[in-house]
Design a protein. Structure first.
Length: 207
């Protein structure tokens, strides 16, 4: 069982970050699985416009990453993480109220901005909560957790589409799962307030 233990986080801050990452990526996986079918079949938006709207939102999110990083420096990773993750969960639920192309642009744009801010603050949280020598391993571990969460979320979204009768009901059944990104906000203040001692500076003449 040693190999199984090696797959688990070594410290409590990494446990918290891993669980929160799993919750968020699972919710995102649900959205990825159902969003296009929902917008085209339930809302009635043309597939070309859906692709255009999601592309515009992706560009908005990429541009928003710059001020999001600046906001993290100004107000702190903790505050940015709490605000962005709560906003991310709320904006994903806005998809359920989209009625046209303009609504899609607004909802998808807000989701992209919130996700960019969340990603920026999450990187800062890792730097605050994890010692320097463990950061590369932690980031790689969290990336693996993200992949697992997306896979599980996509499976849940597919099951919701396949087993729930009625197109509108299908989305409503999967929306709570997609909003599961919001429960990871408690990890933000917990990890951000975990200070680590500064590294000792070696004395002159000693290695």
């Amino acid at each position: 069982m040693n190999w199984l233990r090696s797959l688990l986080p070594r410290t409590r801050p990494v446990w918290v970050l891993a669980l929160s990452t799993l919750a968020r990526s699972t919710g995102n996986g649900v959205v990825v699985a159902v969003i296009v079918l929902y917008l085209t079949r339930s809302v009635g938006i043309d597939a070309t416009r859906v692709g255009l709207g999601l592309t515009v939102a992706a560009v908005v999110g990429m541009v928003a990453s710059i001020p999001a990083g600046h906001a993290t420096d100004v107000i702190g990773a903790r505050n940015t993480a709490i605000a962005s993750v709560v906003l991310h969960g709320a904006t994903i639920c806005c998809y359920a109220f989209v009625e046209g192309f303009v609504g899609l642009l607004i909802a998808a744009g807000l989701v992209a901005v919130a996700e960019s801010a969340s990603n920026a603050s999450r990187g800062a949280l890792v730097a605050l909560a994890v010692p320097q020598k463990e950061r590369v391993r932690t980031r790689a571990y969290l990336r693996s957790v993200t992949n697992v969460g997306f896979s599980v979320g996509a499976l849940l979204g597919g099951l919701a589409l396949a087993t729930t009768p009625g197109r509108a009901t299908r989305w409503r059944s999967s929306a709570p799962a997609s909003c599961s990104s919001s429960p990871d906000w408690p990890s933000s203040p917990w990890t951000a307030r975990r200070p680590f001692p500064a590294r000792r500076t070696p004395r002159p003449g000693r290695c």
